[in-house]
Design a protein around this ligand. Structure first.
Ligand SMILES: Cc1cc2nc3c(=O)[nH]c(=O)nc-3n(C[C@H](O)[C@H](O)[C@H](O)COP(=O)(O)OP(=O)(O)OC[C@H]3O[C@@H](n4cnc5c(N)ncnc54)[C@H](O)[C@@H]3O)c2cc1C
Length: 332
């Protein structure tokens, strides 16, 4: 088990915050995961690619960082494959690899930053699909209990940007590998309007072309973490009941909203933009000029700067619309 102390996390979080961890443990294989019982009772944080986290200047616990690798076809079933990938694999590279092998179904999730192990945690989603559509089972270790188990797709209790791993199991279980159910034939998912429009009437739509189109739409809307630090969409889209939606729609006829099972999902980016935040800068942090949902590092930002900006935005949206928005990013 490789470890390091007073470890600079700047290159380990996409916000580019110059945080320092008291200790970091690199988990390279299953044996390393099995030894995690040693950390029971201590404070620790599980870190994947750091693309959805905001660190304080100093983290006085241990960062558990899966870096295990491997992607394998483990079952060839009637109509689909079961593919297993290690938690430390880079998600976007995993998607590319699946396409190159003729394992289909993850094209719409191309280009999402982060690791395979984190994808089920918040049920990553984009362009008309979510991880839950392809996850078959998740293998994890109970850090405190020491148990080792497979958790089936239903048991993960996936929801919008949510699963048990982000809820009651956060910090209790660490994922070391994930199994995906992937199609043998390519069936494009063009349910997302902007994607269907970008694809247009291309005669020969391949999985690669679909994934490349997703990536180019993403690049036009989201900052590249190598150039501008961010955690992608910082806030979740809030869901309100029919009465609240009706009241707001009457007052703001242009309000962007989508009907969902529990009521109406409002576009948090629209709410934030209406509060005048789009493109605004506050010291070392700001709101991205192309998308108000994205908070960005304008140079030398600290976790406290990000947190303070997020709080201001949450308060403004609450004051103007009476709607509570919540961060999607994890504040460590
Ligand atoms: C530019 C940009 C664009 C983005 N676009 C999208 C998007 O389109 N859709 C979307 O859903 N998200 C998006 N995100 C957010 C981010 O990519 C996802 O949340 C991703 O899954 C985070 O992966 P990570 O490995 O970086 O996890 P981290 O940020 O390191 O961790 C995220 C959470 O998962 C936990 N975790 C990480 N690994 C494990 C593990 N092995 N076991 C248990 N818990 C673990 C952490 O403790 C933490 O709570 C975007 C982020 C950026 C910066």
């Amino acid at each position: 088990m490789r470890t390091d102390s007073d470890f600079l996390l700047k290159a380990y979080n996409t916000f580019g915050i110059e945080a320092v961890a008291k200790k970091i443990v690199f988990l390279e294989d299953s044996d390393d995961f099995r030894k995690l019982g040693d950390y029971a009772g201590q404070s620790f944080f599980i870190l994947g690619g750091g693309s959805n986290v905001v660190f304080p200047d100093r983290y006085n616990g241990t960062v558990l960082h899966p870096v295990n690798k491997g992607i394998a076809l483990v079952e060839n079933r009637d109509g689909y494959y079961i593919v297993e990938a290690a938690a430390g694999e880079v998600w976007a590279e995993f998607v590319d690899y699946c396409i190159s092998q003729g394992w289909y179904g993850v094209e719409n999730l191309a280009g999402i930053p982060g690791t395979v192990g984190a994808a089920p945690v918040q049920n990553v989603g984009a362009y008309g699909m979510e991880a839950k559509d392809v996850v078959d089972a998740v293998h994890c270790f109970g850090i405190v209990s020491g148990e080792e188990r497979w958790v089936g797709r239903n048991e993960c209790r996936f929801a919008y940007r949510w699963s048990r791993f982000k809820g009651e199991w956060a910090g209790k279980y660490i994922i070391d590998r994930v199994r995906f159910r992937l199609n043998k034939t390519f069936v494009p998912n063009l349910s997302y309007k902007a994607l269907a429009t970008a694809i247009g009437d291309k005669d020969e739509l391949t999985a690669r072309l679909l994934a490349n189109t997703v990536v180019s739409i993403r690049d036009s809307k989201l900052p590249n973490p190598k150039e501008i630090g961010s955690a992608g969409s910082f806030f979740k889209n809030p869901v309100v009941d029919g009465e609240t939606y009706g009241r707001l729609k009457e007052q703001y006829p242009d309000m962007v909203a989508f009907p969902v099972e529990e009521g109406f999902k409002l576009a948090a980016g629209w709410l934030i933009e209406q509060c005048g935040w789009k493109g605004k800068r506050v010291g070392r942090v700001g709101v991205y000029e192309k998308q108000a949902l994205v908070l960005v590092n304008r140079g030398g930002a600290t976790g406290a700067d990000v947190r303070a900006l997020a709080e201001k935005i949450i308060d403004d949206v609450q004051a103007k619309f009476g709607v509570q928005i919540e961060p999607e990013a994890i504040m460590v």
